[in-house]
Design a protein around this ligand. Structure first.
Ligand code: FE2
Length: 331
């Protein structure tokens, strides 16, 4: 792995995708008090006081404008598209998604703000279903036939999702549950972990560069315990035994990097990013999107990552740091 400040070109044989996260793009307005008679009241007050100023739609629009110039093959969005997961917010996001790219080219996973309380499936994630569902038709058909279920139950039936695009496999996990008041913790349900183990141990994805998408970070290095992934050790143990080539997350609204050493001594990069709509100006908290070019060598994957960071005065996203990861093929 190495890091520099240079920019690179888009090799023809590479698959190019972008990661966006923590968009918080919806406008809440004045919801019915009935919808706020639970933990949502906290999130609503936080939006009124702070979040509606911290997250600006024009910044996200600017990011999408720049991304379209970069001709990406795929969008990976790692959760928190809403503030408090109201139906009206899901509808606004759904409309925005249709303007970004066809559902086949956009993979969305849930964030804790999208499941602020355990809403009904048909008032929430069913509106994004075509962006969430894996390639396996069975999961989306099952989702459609069980719309009366609550969102948490349904998410745990759908995930993990697998979407293969060219030589990249996006593996989505849901780490969200309706966390207690004043907490933003996550957890990956045991049924998801068991299925993830079956997928990774079967080696069916070994011909692909495996990119794991999860909202919560896998370590405590850059995350306070009130926002952590509670059963991170279980997931880390699984990845040590069955490595992927890349783990991407959001949630912390900060640019961060970590890694896991697998049992076969592969260093798995864990990449966290800032919010793509943030007005914050502190170092590592500026709005960004991450551009990845994945190409196949003789015996390894070459993964090139560039951070595009907002220059708020000039109103442009500019390439800043970059990293290159050479990951040996899984055997
Ligand atoms: Fe989050």
């Amino acid at each position: 792995m190495n890091e520099s400040n240079q920019t690179g070109g888009h090799a023809n044989e590479s698959f190019r995708f972008v990661q966006l996260s923590d968009l918080h793009l919806s406008f809440i307005g004045s919801p019915s008090p009935l919808h706020l008679a639970n933990k949502r009241i906290l999130g609503y007050l936080s939006w009124l006081r702070k979040r509606r100023h911290t997250h600006q739609r024009w910044i996200l629009d600017l990011a999408i404008e720049e991304i379209k110039r970069l001709h990406v093959d795929h969008y990976a969005i790692t959760g928190d598209l809403t503030h408090i997961g109201l139906k009206n917010e899901f509808e606004q996001v759904s409309q925005w998604l249709t303007e970004v790219a066809p559902a086949n080219d956009v993979t969305v996973i849930p964030g804790n703000h999208d499941l602020y309380v355990n809403e009904q499936w048909d008032r929430s994630f069913s509106l994004w279903e075509k962006y969430l569902a894996g390639d396996d038709d069975a999961s989306s058909v099952q989702a459609r036939s069980n719309n009366t279920l609550d969102a948490y139950t349904q998410l745990n039936q759908i995930y993990p999702t697998v979407r293969t695009r060219q030589h990249v496999a996006f593996i989505g996990l849901s780490s969200v549950f309706a966390a207690p008041w004043f907490r933003a913790t996550g957890s990956v349900a045991e049924q998801q972990l068991e299925r993830l183990q079956r997928i990774l141990s079967s080696k069916v994805l070994n011909a692909y560069c495996k990119v794991l998408l999860i909202h919560h970070p896998l370590t405590l290095t850059h995350t306070p315990s009130r926002k952590c992934l509670l059963n991170r050790d279980r997931l880390i143990d699984l990845l040590k035994q069955y490595p992927v080539e890349l783990v991407l997350h959001g949630h912390g609204h900060n640019t961060c990097f970590d890694s896991i050493q697998s049992n076969d001594n592969t260093e798995i990069p864990i990449i966290g990013m800032s919010s793509s709509s943030s007005t914050q100006q502190a170092h590592n908290y500026k709005a960004e999107f991450l551009l990845f070019d994945v190409s196949k060598n003789q015996s390894s994957w070459s993964i090139h990552k560039r951070n595009y960071t907002l220059d708020i005065k000039q109103k442009i996203f500019i390439p800043t740091t970059q990293q290159e990861f050479i990951m040996p093929f899984a055997i």
